[in-house]
Design a binder for this molecule. Sequence first.
Ligand SMILES: NC(=O)c1ccc[n+]([C@@H]2O[C@H](COP(=O)([O-])OP(=O)(O)OC[C@H]3O[C@@H](n4cnc5c(N)ncnc54)[C@H](OP(=O)(O)O)[C@@H]3O)[C@@H](O)[C@H]2O)c1
Length: 293
Amino acid sequence: MRPPIDAGTILITGASSGIGRELARQLARRARTLVLVARREERLEAVRDELLQHNPTLGVMVERCDLAHVEEVDSLLDSLHRHLVRVDVLVNNAGLGDYSLYEQESWSRIHQMLQVNVTAPLLLIHRLMRRMVEHGRGGILNISSGVARTFVPGMSVYAATKYFLDGFTESLRLELHGTGVVVTQVAPGPVDTEFRDVAGSRERAGRPPKWMRISAAQCAREAIEGFERGAPLVYPGLAYRWMMRLSSLMPRGVLRASGLPAAKQLRYGTSLLEPAHPDTGRRVLLAGGPEGT
Ligand SMILES: NC(=O)c1ccc[n+]([C@@H]2O[C@H](COP(=O)([O-])OP(=O)(O)OC[C@H]3O[C@@H](n4cnc5c(N)ncnc54)[C@H](OP(=O)(O)O)[C@@H]3O)[C@@H](O)[C@H]2O)c1
């Protein structure tokens, strides 16, 4: 069973940059209509203009929407309804992370991550899936993350949102067995996009090794290939895929231990090998970090 990509109507959240923009570029060659969703409207319009240059017959709808606000998601759904747009494939790609000790994280940022990474995909699926089931065809592509399979100090909320999406997507997939609706989860490792700038982890956490990183174009290509195969879970990138397969065999205790150096580095600004202060026995806390309510 294949998702109705060809001549279908595909809604992509987070289409203004990174993986979402690449998914739009690659799906534009086959879809009839794309609905591009994000906050930066001018970016979406630039993507639309680029797509129309290559595919003049493609229908492209630009929908400015802040997915952190449920009422804006409702307005988006109303707009689709008003324009008689029937979504065949939903791509929940928009998402954001943050890199901080939990107690230093602002509540508004935590709330934003929960809304964009969890609530918005759930709401969109809830509103759009029923028609797919009734018609016996449809597709849901959820862009999760490899962090949903491990422990990541400094990204505890982000990781938790992706754990949620992981459990939800796998369970939903079982519920939809035999209905004609394809559900696939993509769990990328490091992809070269704006993600790390938004999360503030580019300077603070260092760069992941080159062998692990892939381009947004490769991520999008492998995501679509996996979706078309009806794969439950896609790890894009050969090296990352093997690393995730091996790490899935590791006991939980090993995963915990492997995260400890990064946790120490984040909290004390030092590695496990560095000695504590000779007088206090304590390590220096990182200064600063976001404040908030
Ligand atoms: N890059 C990686 O290393 C990596 C690894 C694993 C998983 N992922 C996942 O991949 C997905 C795409 O991320 P990316 O790497 O392509 O990052 P990106 O370049 O930062 O793109 C994120 C997209 O999400 C949109 N977005 C963020 N907040 C939004 C909001 N409140 N309302 C509407 N749209 C919003 C952004 O659009 P606007 O800013 O215009 O609203 C943008 O289009 C995310 O779910 C991320 O968790 C990324």
